[in-house]
Design a protein around this ligand. Structure first.
Ligand SMILES: *[C@@H]1O[C@H](CO)[C@@H](O)[C@H](O)[C@H]1NC(C)=O
Ligand SMILES: *[C@@H]1O[C@H](CO)[C@@H](O)[C@H](O)[C@H]1NC(C)=O
Ligand SMILES: *[C@@H]1O[C@H](CO)[C@@H](O)[C@H](O)[C@H]1NC(C)=O
Ligand SMILES: *[C@@H]1O[C@H](CO)[C@@H](O)[C@H](O)[C@H]1NC(C)=O
Length: 443
């Protein structure tokens, strides 16, 4: 029993091109590996959907939770929190056969991809059963048993001895969680020029039967795990390059609440600009910062403050943390320089290190200087609109950079500063490419 399943386990991914009309007829060839493909991403701003919620403080709380999470995660299978409390960076994925479209939070800090399953008892949104994953509705869905190779037990994946089924448990930084069964199913993507459909068969995903209610926004159906971990979508499917670009955060701006871009996989990944080496790590994308410039002037900072005691980099590139965290010494220097250069009225929030001024978006354009992050071998200018965000009442603007605590090992290059920066992850060469770009132009 089960042995056959194990032997014929779905180790090898069969990848099939479905050719679009008018394409040369190569026929279906299981040995053809698609070199690149893409999926739509967008940025949902909840402050416009539910203006009464305190998005401002939720975002700060969420950033702190996440910073603490990274600094407390010891070794085994860390799974982190994805939701922003204020907005979500979302990918649109077609899963199953026939394909059904799901909206999942993008998380470069966790490895497991899961979707609310039909019939779940505690769900992201119990009223949205029709939007849920139903393995019975997909002809390519396979429920994993304990005997399957894919059920490689670790901290988050384990065998349920009573049922013989393969289960997962995902714990997030704010104490929320998701649990359920593991499946293999087909993920369908678009080719780079959108003329073809690219199918990946046997991709592992969790079907959630329980998850913490209220922890995930009811607009999404689950989480897309993109960490560096060997179990995440990227490593599992052998596409060792991907790139993405976070469109403008609209929380403080006028204009449409949804801005679209694309996530590019494999050879479609946009490896643009200069690159910086990734520090070896099992789960996270970590780079080395050497210094910071404000309006082209390099701040006098000892480069060693941005490094671990062993000399390695300590800055995690994370889509899931809105704010950016840097060593306190560097933060104080940045604040002092900006206070001097920005001719706006300073606003103090008691008990908060936030650098805030009275003002709006137009004031940001007029008064805020560009800041450059000097990574090892890569200088990245951050435009003023990515540096500041609006307070809840929209009368103040605050710097999206905060000081880390003395005891913190890891600092974070967060999502607000990543707006309109194309970021490519190359796991073959262990490098990250970063380059300023209008993300909405990646179509
Ligand atoms: C943020 O955290 C503080 C302190 O834990 C709490 O009092 C407050 O309610 C939280 N705010 C939001 C919007 O989550
Ligand atoms: C399953 O398929 C049936 C028939 O096509 C459809 O009515 C139902 O909505 C589907 N359920 C889910 C959860 O996809
Ligand atoms: C998940 O979180 C909920 C709510 O906090 C809790 O009641 C439940 O016990 C947790 N589940 C697991 C498996 O830890
Ligand atoms: C890459 O770095 C070099 C050296 O700092 C610089 O001259 C060049 O302009 C950079 N290229 C890009 C595309 O940023």
């Amino acid at each position: 029993m089960g042995c056959a399943t194990k032997i014929f386990g779905f180790i090898v991914l069969i990848v099939v091109f479905i050719l679009g009309q008018g394409q040369p007829s190569l026929g279906k060839s299981p040995s053809t590996v698609p070199s690149g493909f893409k999926a739509k991403t967008f940025y949902r701003d909840y402050s416009q959907l539910s203006p009464t919620h305190d998005h401002f403080n939720a975002m700060i709380n969420h950033s702190i939770n996440r910073l603490n999470y990274f600094n407390n995660a010891l070794t085994e299978e860390p799974i982190s929190l994805t939701h922003w409390g204020t907005s979500d960076y979302i990918i649109e994925l077609d899963i199953g056969k026939p394909p059904k479209t799901y909206h999942l939070n993008i998380d470069t800090g966790s490895h497991l991809t899961w979707i609310q399953h039909k019939g779940c008892s505690t769900c992201i949104d119990k009223n949205k059963q029709a939007a849920s994953y139903d393995d019975k509705n997909s002809t390519t869905s396979i429920e994993l048993s304990c005997y399957d190779v894919e059920c490689d037990e670790d901290g988050s994946i384990e065998c349920d001895d009573d049922s013989g089924k393969c289960t997962y448990k995902a714990y997030y930084a704010d104490g929320s969680n998701s649990t359920g069964l593991l499946y293999l199913d087909t993920f369908t993507f678009l080719s780079t020029d959108e003329s073809d459909v690219v199918e990946l068969e046997g991709v592992r995903l969790g079907g959630a039967f329980d998850c913490t209610q209220g922890a995930f926004h009811h607009d999404i159906q689950g989480v897309f795990g993109l960490s560096r971990n060997r179990r995440s979508f990227i490593s599992q499917n052998g596409f060792l390059r991907f790139s993405h670009c976070i469109p403008s955060y609209k929380g403080m701006a006028e204009g449409p609440p949804v801005v679209r871009s694309n996530m590019m996989f494999g050879t479609a990944a946009l490896l643009l600009g200069n690159s910086t080496a990734m520090t070896p790590h099992l789960h996270f994308y970590i780079v080395t910062l050497n210094g910071i410039s404000v309006r082209g002037m390099r701040l006098w900072l000892d480069p060693s403050i941005f490094r671990m005691p062993n000399g390695r980099g300590r800055t995690i590139v994370d889509t899931g943390t809105p704010l950016t965290y840097i060593p306190e010494e560097a933060f104080n220097e940045v604040v002092e320089t900006l206070e001097y250069l920005i001719k706006l009225q300073r606003v103090i929030y008691s008990g908060s290190p936030a650098l805030c001024f009275k003002g709006n978006l137009k004031d940001v354009d007029q008064h805020v200087p560009e800041i450059t992050l000097h990574f090892e071998g890569l200088d990245l200018p951050i435009i003023p609109r990515s540096l500041f965000y609006a307070s809840a009442d929209k009368v103040n603007i605050c710097l999206a950079i905060r000081p880390m605590k003395d005891r913190d090992q890891y600092s974070i290059f967060g999502a607000l500063l990543q707006q309109n920066v194309n970021i490519a992850f190359d796991m073959e060469e262990d490098r990250i490419f970063m380059s300023p770009m209008t993300c909405a132009s990646i179509i």
